[in-house]
Design a binder for this molecule. Structure first.
Ligand code: ACO
Length: 358
């Protein structure tokens, strides 16, 4: 049987996340993602996803200290980043830097996963500051948690409120079933290649605008709309030109993506809701109606990327960073899936239907 895009095909078993696309439900190993957003830190959520249980205090302390210890990038990786062309995208830089990492053969995959989770923010911040001619900020050695340290390395400041907003975003996007980048990671590790190679494959896949590259498209869309009275015109013109509306539609969700809802909730709790968030919400409402008329058989609602763009803009982060920051949370899901794949491995090798000359 041939199913284009493997739509609806079950290609793996997982204990990591459950998605009910009709109800708009997402569970991490049985627990609603909302519980993690409200009650868990980034480190606790990562531990839970990787280990399948909540961390004891000593285990959490151990995880935190490992993430701190692994924050530094080797100097040869800095040199590689430094010689990359200035106009190379952040995702290309991240993919190149990650692929160059050397991990000892004796290291267990769990340990490599922690190393990768820790080093992503440092690579992103290192490149971001160097390309913008800003002085380098070394990773904090103790007092800052994973997310605070990320903000600090990027901006030189630690705002608790901003770090908490970013933390919610990172928790919400850590894991999401067999999405394209996770599938890429599982395919690579299924050849019994290594975890670094699997994550490099995932990064290459994440970059595309139909997957992790969508938030930049959302910002462009909102900038083009710029005021409520232009929503209808911009959206209908795009649809007439057969363009997709970025931040809308999802392969699995046939209702609003629960992560988009949670992110919206987070933004609306702020003391000062930015003006353009109101524009984003108006655009969401009107676009859903237009899409319902335009594609009556499709159920197209906002996906996580729509409000991810809103979060990034609220945090005043450069759009160039969006997909890389998304990757710095999804790395947890990628690693957890790769490790799960190896627990009961079978090589991915589907068939292809030949339609050429015979
Ligand atoms: N705008 C307009 N039309 C759309 C959109 C959209 N955002 N999404 C789907 N459609 C239409 C398609 O044109 C297609 O129409 P057709 O049947 O007349 O050809 C139909 O809906 C089905 O589209 P598919 O691409 O087959 O559906 P799929 O489930 O594979 O789409 C996808 C999922 C790729 C995310 C799609 O909705 C899309 O391109 N969205 C915009 C990009 C985006 O926001 N990506 C981020 C996704 S979330 C994430 O990856 C973390």
């Amino acid at each position: 049987m041939y199913q284009p895009g493997l739509k609806g095909i079950i290609a793996a078993e997982t204990e990591l996340s459950y998605i009910n696309g009709e109800k708009g439900e997402l569970l991490y190993r049985g627990i609603p993602v909302h519980d993690f957003v409200h009650n868990y830190s980034c480190e606790e959520t990562a531990f839970y996803l990787l280990n399948g249980r909540t961390a004891h205090a000593s285990e959490l302390a151990n995880l935190r200290s490992k993430l701190i210890a692994y924050r530094n990038i080797p100097s040869y990786v800095e040199e590689i980043i430094d010689v990359l062309p200035r106009d190379l995208s952040m995702m290309d830089v991240l993919r190149t830097a990650i692929s160059s990492l050397e991990m000892s053969r004796n290291m267990k995959n769990y340990e490599i996963a922690l190393n990768l989770i820790a080093v992503f923010p440092t690579i992103i911040a290192y490149r971001y500051r160097s390309i913008n001619n800003l002085p380098r900020i070394q990773p904090a050695s103790d007092n800052l948690n994973h997310v605070e340290n990320f903000m600090y390395m990027l901006t030189g400041e630690v705002s608790k409120t901003k770090a908490q907003i970013l933390e919610k975003y990172l928790i919400l996007t850590m894991e999401h079933g067999l999405n394209a980048s996770t599938f890429a990671a599982r395919v690579t590790i299924s050849t019994e290649s290594d975890l670094v190679a699997a994550i490099t494959s995932a990064l290459g896949t994440m970059k595309g605008p139909l997957h992790g590259g969508a938030p930049t498209g959302v910002i462009n869309l909102l900038e083009e709309i710029s005021s409520n009275d232009r929503i209808h015109e911009v959206i209908t013109t795009k649809l007439a030109n057969k363009q997709r509306i970025m931040g809308f539609g999802h392969r699995v969700y046939k209702t609003v993506d629960p992560r988009a809802e949670a992110l919206k909730e987070t933004i609306l709790k702020l003391d000062d809701v930015p003006k353009w968030i109101e524009l984003a919400m108006e655009t969401e409402q009107e676009t859903i109606k237009i899409l319902q008329q335009h594609k009556p058989n499709q159920q197209l609602y906002t996906n996580v990327e729509y409000y991810a763009a809103a979060i990034m803009k609220t945090l005043e982060l450069d759009p160039e960073l969006f997909t890389a920051i998304f990757s710095s949370s999804r790395i947890v899901g990628w690693c957890a899936h790769a490790i799960e794949q190896l627990d009961n491995n079978i090589l991915y090798r589907p068939d292809v239907k030949y339609i050429g000359k015979k």
